[in-house]
Design a protein around this ligand. Structure first.
Ligand SMILES: Cc1ncc(COP(=O)(O)O)c(C=O)c1O
Length: 399
């Protein structure tokens, strides 16, 4: 009997489910994701033979082409090779891990820090390592997927509270057993909305109910606070937050992530956090790039100044066109269009005018909040901002 690969696959329910998936079909039809960029230089990307202004990157400070960052990554490659060779628990830490951790801890105002190969891993571990079965996690309903994964993997019970709503947090915390261990899981800057967490009000509830607080500051680090020390520094609340986790793929122009807190907490993470123990370490060149970017952040304040100057000009332009920016107060700026086909047309019009953005549609955002997700960078020039303004004006007219 002849064996047919196709019919064998057709009988396989997992493959059939994947083939029939509506998101996959939508993507195959319109291809709004996973673009094959042919080149990148600062805030410009090359796609289908055309240079486009990148308005979707998280390289907030525009440091990914900074000469000191590139040189540090190159030197680390030559000194340490390409690989960390495995997990630190068994293969050992390297000097570049320890130096970066010391620097990050000092910068953030925490005793200790642990770096991972991805921000996703850091934020997931920052929750999963500290919570356990029988605990309660109080989570802002808009937290990032990595934090939800941490919540699930911890086996703790979860209670959601309304986004950025301290009164709702208080009501939820009050409804739980007073003597149970409880964790508060929030972001400093919400990546999709660009909202800043109202930390003083949230920390008041955390003190009243003795909540262990985990703050994911992936989008606040390098952007808010004194010299970019992040959201907790912005509110002078670093001492009140137990764990600050985040990513080095945004302002630090690298990849990887960090978890910072008291020495005892970081030691606990290293001995109890499965994702910390059983995962290969941050690579030499990425650690060196992040470390050099952190130095640049502290010695060249002009990058943060430029970022905020660009942010103010960009937001003002969007609002003058009557666009809904969901109240964003940061360089992460959504443009809410409320309907996925309108989003697609808008996204295409921007691309036609040479501006690359990202569509974010339900279920990634709440129903009716379909949006174009954009992020402004210190790397955008005045001339690029003019062109971005023209492109948005064109897209508004078209759509
Ligand atoms: C809020 C937040 N936390 C964590 C991460 C994960 O960071 P990374 O992409 O560097 O793994 C992201 C990524 O976009 C994020 O937006």
């Amino acid at each position: 009997m002849a064996f047919s690969l196709f019919s064998a696959k057709a009988r396989n329910p997992v493959a059939a489910r994947c083939r029939d998936d509506s998101v996959t079909k939508l993507r195959l039809r319109y291809a709004p994701y996973y673009h094959a960029m042919e080149g990148q230089q600062g805030t410009t990307v090359r796609l289908d033979g055309r240079d486009l202004i990148m308005l979707a990157s998280n390289d907030y400070l525009g440091l990914s082409f900074h000469p000191k960052v590139i040189e540090a990554a190159r030197a680390a490659l030559l000194r340490w090779g390409t690989s960390p060779t495995g997990a630190r628990v068994s293969n050992g830490s390297r000097a570049y891990h320890l130096e970066l951790e010391e620097k990050l801890a000092a910068f953030l105002g925490k005793e200790a820090c642990h770096v991972h190969a991805a921000g996703y891993l850091s934020c997931l571990s920052g929750v999963a390592a500290f919570a356990q079965k029988g605990d309660y996690i109080l989570a802002d309903k808009n937290i990032h997927s990595c934090l939800w994964d941490g919540v699930r993997l911890s086996h703790a019970s979860v209670e959601r509270f309304s986004h950025n709503n301290a009164e709702d947090l208080r009501a939820v915390a009050s409804s739980l057993p007073a003597d149970a261990a409880k964790l508060l899981v929030i972001e400093g800057v919400y990546s999709m909305e660009g909202h800043i967490a109202p930390l003083p009000a949230l920390m008041e509830v955390a003190s009243e109910h003795r909540l262990f607080t985990v703050l994911d500051d992936a989008h606040g680090f390098g952007v808010l606070g004194r010299g970019g020390r992040g959201t907790s520094d912005h509110f002078a609340a670093t001492d009140r937050v137990d764990i600050i986790c985040g990513s080095m793929s945004k302002a630090l122009a690298s990849t990887g992530g960090f978890v910072a807190g008291d020495k005892a907490l970081i030691e606990y993470l290293r001995t109890h956090g499965k994702h910390t123990i059983f995962s290969a370490a941050l690579s030499p060149s990425q650690a060196a790039a992040a470390s050099a970017a952190l130095d640049v952040l502290q010695t060249e304040p002009e990058h943060i100044e430029r970022l905020w100057k660009n942010q103010k000009r960009y937001i003002a332009m969007l609002r003058s066109l009557g666009l809904d920016t969901w109240g964003s107060e940061t360089p992460a700026v959504p443009v809410v269009l409320g309907d996925k086909m309108r989003c697609y047309a808008f996204w295409q019009a921007l691309r036609e005018k040479g501006v690359f953005t990202v569509m974010s549609i339900a279920p990634a955002v709440p129903p009716g909040k379909d949006l174009i997700r954009t992020a402004i960078s210190a790397g955008h020039t005045d001339e690029q901002l003019d062109r971005i303004g023209d492109a948005f004006a064109y897209a508004v007219k078209r759509c």
